[in-house]
Design a protein around this ligand. Structure first.
Ligand code: GTP
Ligand code: SPV
Ligand code: MN
Length: 593
């Protein structure tokens, strides 16, 4: 196939990679509807995808990934810089020389009898000065069809790239899908990504975590902007004004849900409406007004399926009724899909995510329930199908951010919401996020770990410098967003959530906006400003008596232990940790007495 571009660098690189991997043919992806149809048909014919019920789920497909390949592989993810110190204690490091050698060894000849697809893509609207162009090479149709949803792809991107434009080189190959030959490598100094041996989500859709977070965070530091693991949503207030919030929560901790929440009845009556800008990634920069502005560089959602239903997330349910790809969920006999916590009755039988017959109540040899869907099973759907999509999605300028939220999954300690004293304290609050591990990463679910700014798996450089970058951005901002911490996941003695969460979280966001506009006072505590319980609107909520007080309590004894743990955590960064972070750490200690 003749390359549909005159970009010499791109053509040379595609030739070089084809020489290495030996595909039977090279196909340039143009992004057209005909091409989509052709690829879908081919993937269905080989079993890579299954057609779903065209009446109930038009344009939808089902995919099962290898059972050893169902979540991001953090232990196989590396930052390959010349100096190890550039990667920092937060990343796995490999020298670029070794990285290329290892990946080449695995990729060499691995695409025989396969097709190499060339996907030009833009993160951010095509042609915006805030967007970045990448080109992903892959031997997976599943990856092509997912990238088609998650990014802007095809000829329009090549046109914009032109004969001399630069792009991030994103090389992906499934190879044998062998966990022992799997590597996700980032070469920020070369603006390149090599991913081999995985076909799943964040490991394989290279525009997402690899480019839009790891490489982009590296570029952002150099160029003076920020790439963050954040949702963006607009809250339309009763007076018609829309204010935008960005929020960083670790993987599977509620970003998709918050980004498209449906207001509870009492707040809807007041006049609140929600507008979704993004659910996973925010690129933010300081604009000429001295404020912080954000765009969502993605074009789709790659969202957690389990728990998604018409009650918890009605907008997501409506978004995924057509033109969506379902990965590792359960398949019903009528060729529709199911997962734990889906709408409707539990099916009497289904084929589970591993491809085995499944019935409710089945247990494995150890007596543990066998799941129908993998806990990290996901849907891929175009953001344009979301009923709450923001009208500013395609605007190159993005949206102005009034408040930043940090949060995690914490059964104890962290109150429902608190506000930091100022920007640097807010940075400290973000830097000390802790959360129970979820199924989105391989490893032990439930273990509490520190996940600064929800970026631990995604920061493409030394986290000490990342903290400093946050502090420096604060110095440059004339209009600083206020920074808050939220926790929807506090539980009682029996492990039940104290706060109803989901749409009801708007009650907390209302307080956040009221604080931004200095409409309500707050209680000053050692950890920050907490709401006076009367300032959280609980109309129609039926919270048991005392629950809100419990949610808004600060246990000084427990927080002293927490502060101790912060100190231990920060020591790993040695002398490179910014003084401003140490200062906040000591101030917290002093306030706790
Ligand atoms: P990534 O896509 O992995 O980055 O995750 P995310 O942060 O977008 O997570 P998502 O919104 O998909 O939520 C993951 C899980 O958290 C789902 O099982 C949800 O049902 C649950 N969840 C989301 N919001 C809430 C909430 O307010 N309260 C409670 N209790 N659970 C929630
Ligand atoms: C996450 O794990 O934070 C995700 C899913 O958003 S993945 O794209 O697989 O990284
Ligand atoms: Mn994510």
């Amino acid at each position: 196939m003749k390359p549909p571009t005159s970009n010499k660098k791109l053509i040379a690189w595609v030739n070089e990679m084809a020489k290495l991997a030996h595909p039977d043919k090279v196909v340039w992806i143009d992004g057209s509807e005909e091409e989509k149809k052709r690829l879908e048909e081919e993937a269905v014919s080989t079993g890579e995808l299954q057609d779903l019920n065209s009446k109930k789920l038009p344009g939808c497909f089902y995919h099962r990934s290898d059972p050893s390949d169902v979540a991001r592989s953090e232990n196989l993810t590396f930052i390959c810089t010349r100096h190890k110190n550039e990667a920092g204690p937060n990343n796995n490091w490999m020298s670029p020389k070794e990285g290329y050698r290892k990946a080449k060894e695995i990729l060499s000849g691995s695409m025989k009898k396969r097709t190499l697809y060339v996907i030009p893509f833009s993160m951010g609207p095509v042609g915006s000065s805030f967007s970045k162009i990448g080109v992903e090479l892959t031997d997976s149709i599943y990856v092509v069809l997912n990238m088609r949803i998650m990014a802007r792809i095809g000829n329009s991107v090549l046109d914009h790239l032109g004969p001399t434009g630069n792009f991030t080189k994103c090389m992906h190959g499934k190879a044998d899908l062998d966990i022992n030959k799997r590597l996700i490598l980032h070469f920020p100094e070369d603006n390149a990504i090599w991913s081999v041996g995985s076909g799943y989500g964040g490991n394989a859709l290279l525009g997402k975590k690899c480019l839009a977070l790891r490489i982009a965070s590296f570029l952002g530091r150099k160029e003076g902007w920020m790439a963050e693991h954040m949702l963006i949503l607009g809250i339309e207030k009763p007076n018609g004004q829309i204010q935008y919030i960005a929020a960083a929560f670790p993987s599977a901790c509620g970003k998709t849900n918050l980004a498209m929440l449906v207001p509870p009845e009492s707040l809807k009556k007041k006049g609140y409406r929600i507008w979704t800008v993004g659910d996973d990634i925010a690129w933010m920069r300081i604009d000429s007004d001295g404020g912080l502005w954000a765009i969502n560089p993605e074009a789709g959602f790659f969202g957690v399926a389990p728990g998604t239903n018409s009650k918890s997330n009605p907008n997501a349910v409506r978004t995924i009724q057509k033109n969506s790809i379902y990965t590792n969920v359960a398949l019903k006999s009528d060729m529709t899909v199911w997962w734990e916590g889906a709408d409707g009755e539990i099916p009497k039988e289904a084929i589970n995510w591993k491809g085995n017959p499944w019935k409710p109540g089945m247990v494995d040899e150890s007596g543990n329930p066998i799941r129908a869907a993998h806990p990290n099973s996901r849907f891929t759907a175009p953001i344009t199908q979301c009923p709450s999509i923001s009208f500013r999605m395609e605007q190159h300028h993005g949206v102005p951010i009034s408040a930043i939220l940090f949060g995690g999954r914490r059964a104890r300690l962290a109150p429902l919401v608190y506000e930091s004293f100022d920007w640097n304290h807010g940075v400290y609050v973000g830097a000390t996020i802790a959360s129970e591990k979820t199924a989105a990463q391989e490893g032990v679910v439930g273990e509490v770990r520190r996940d600064p700014m929800a970026m631990l798996p995604f920061c493409g450089y030394n986290m000490s410098n990342y903290f400093q970058h946050w502090i420096d951005i604060g110095k440059r901002l004339e209009k600083k967003p206020k920074i808050f911490h939220v926790n929807w996941f506090r539980t009682d003695k029996n492990g039940n959530f104290l706060w109803p969460g989901f749409g009801e979280n708007l009650r907390v966001l209302e307080w956040v906006l009221n604080r931004c506009e200095e409409k309500v006072s707050a209680q000053k505590t050692a950890i920050g400003y907490l709401p006076n319980p009367k300032d959280i609107d609980t109309t129609g909520l039926n919270l048991p008596k005392g629950t809100l007080n419990e949610l808004l309590s600060v246990d000084i004894h427990e927080w002293r232990k927490e502060q101790d743990d912060h100190e231990k955590y920060f020591k790993q960064f040695g002398s490179s940790l910014p003084q401003a972070i140490w200062r906040e750490c000591h101030l917290l200690k002093r306030r706790l007495g």
